[in-house]
Write a protein that binds this ligand. Structure first.
Ligand SMILES: [Fe+2]
Length: 374
């Protein structure tokens, strides 16, 4: 591979790879579609202003407009066609009136998704899917989103990942009610909302990842670094804090207010040894477990989005969860089994379609769909 002209914070590119994006166009996006670069005329060096996946808030755009800036360079990673396709497929799920329409919409979306993000060799950008989910589902005010982003860019971007993948997992395991999936999206986006603002610290950020990697390790870590008791308590109680904050400030985003409760048990274990409530999971429905399942898979680490590095994203996360031997500690074995079966079937149906164009494909997961509350 020939060496690129510029190397900047994990990105390598030539000037010819850059396009121009006007500030007006950027201001219309909420999720940044590429890496926004300012090219210093004086030094001929690029400066990274926003990463692909960052939240674009209006103050950023207004600040540069006030300085007379009209446009920036962008190293585009997303594909508008793919984003529109995902949006239109979610719309089909949303507007389906009858059971057979729901089943077909689900099948079509699962197939498109699995080809891009279950199949390892696809040349896709996973930010396409996240951007489409954000556009499709987000009912949160800018104030809430900015609070997440101002606390930590990583916290915001990971929240979008967890939310978008939870929506897909919910669909894959059989839920087709758009309002239920939308609520799962928001639950998953706000799992750690109680840690935003002054409560977020270096130790808390580290504890989040350690707890994700292995339940119980977050608290152990905080004790090992002699974190203040108040900090340990905040971490231990953050599922309840998040639930309370979301209940007070984000209830308008939910169709069913009861769904917010899921936030309070996103770190509970199957045997009742989790935090903070240490209660038993057996009375919960599959949908209640989906946000915790995805939260346990997605690392608290920066993703450098590129146009073609999204292949197998969900498959890799699921495989890592399995190899970390957390499936029987968390209450998620049933979700894992169902998801892996359905996604594999979706890919098989893709291959069958290719080979036998004229034959009707098998319906993906064509057993009765799960209905909320059943
Ligand atoms: Fe959490």
């Amino acid at each position: 591979m020939s060496e690129k002209e510029f190397s900047l914070k994990g990105l390598s590119f030539d000037k010819k790879d850059l396009k121009i994006i006007s500030l007006d166009e950027l201001g219309e996006k909420q999720i940044c579609p590429g890496h926004i670069i300012f090219m210093s005329a004086k030094f001929g060096k690029p400066v990274l202003l926003l990463r692909a996946g960052d939240f674009v808030d209006s103050t950023f755009v207004e600040k540069y407009k006030a300085k007379g800036q009209k446009s920036f360079y962008i190293l585009q990673v997303t594909n508008d066609e793919a984003i529109e396709k995902f949006e239109s497929l979610w719309m089909k799920v949303k507007i389906a009136k009858f059971e057979n329409e729901s089943l077909l919409a689900r099948k079509e979306l699962l197939k498109y998704f699995s080809e891009a993000y279950w199949y390892n060799d696809s040349q896709s950008c996973v930010l396409d899917y996240y951007s489409a989910c954000f556009k499709t589902f987000s009912r949160l005010s800018d104030e809430i989103l900015v609070q997440l982003r101002e606390t930590s860019n990583l916290l915001f971007e990971r929240a979008i990942q967890v939310a978008s993948l939870s929506a897909m997992v919910a669909l894959a395991i059989g839920y087709t009610d758009f309002e239920v999936i939308s609520d799962v999206f928001h639950v998953s986006l706000l799992l750690d909302f109680g840690l935003t603002g002054d409560k977020f610290s270096f130790h808390i950020a580290q504890a989040c990842e350690k707890e994700r990697a292995m339940p119980g390790e977050g608290i152990k870590y905080l004790k090992s670094v002699n974190a203040p008791q108040a900090e340990i308590k905040i971490f231990e109680q953050h599922p309840n804090l998040s639930h309370l904050n979301v209940f007070n400030r984000c209830y308008g985003a939910f169709y069913n207010l009861e769904m917010m409760k899921i936030i309070s048990y996103h770190h509970e274990n199957r045997d009742g040894s989790g935090l903070p409530n240490k209660f038993n999971f057996w009375g919960l429905a599959d949908i209640d477990v989906v946000p915790g399942f995805v939260d346990a898979m997605v690392p608290h680490s920066e993703v450098i989005y590129q146009a073609d590095n999204g292949g197998g994203t969900l498959k890799k996360l699921v495989d890592e969860l399995e190899s970390a031997k957390k499936l029987d500690i968390l209450p998620v074995r049933r979700i894992y089994d169902r998801l892996t079966t359905v996604m594999s079937e979706a890919l098989v149906s893709k291959e069958e379609t290719k080979e036998e164009q004229t034959e009707e494909v098998a319906v993906v997961g064509d057993e009765p769909l799960v209905k909320f509350g059943s």
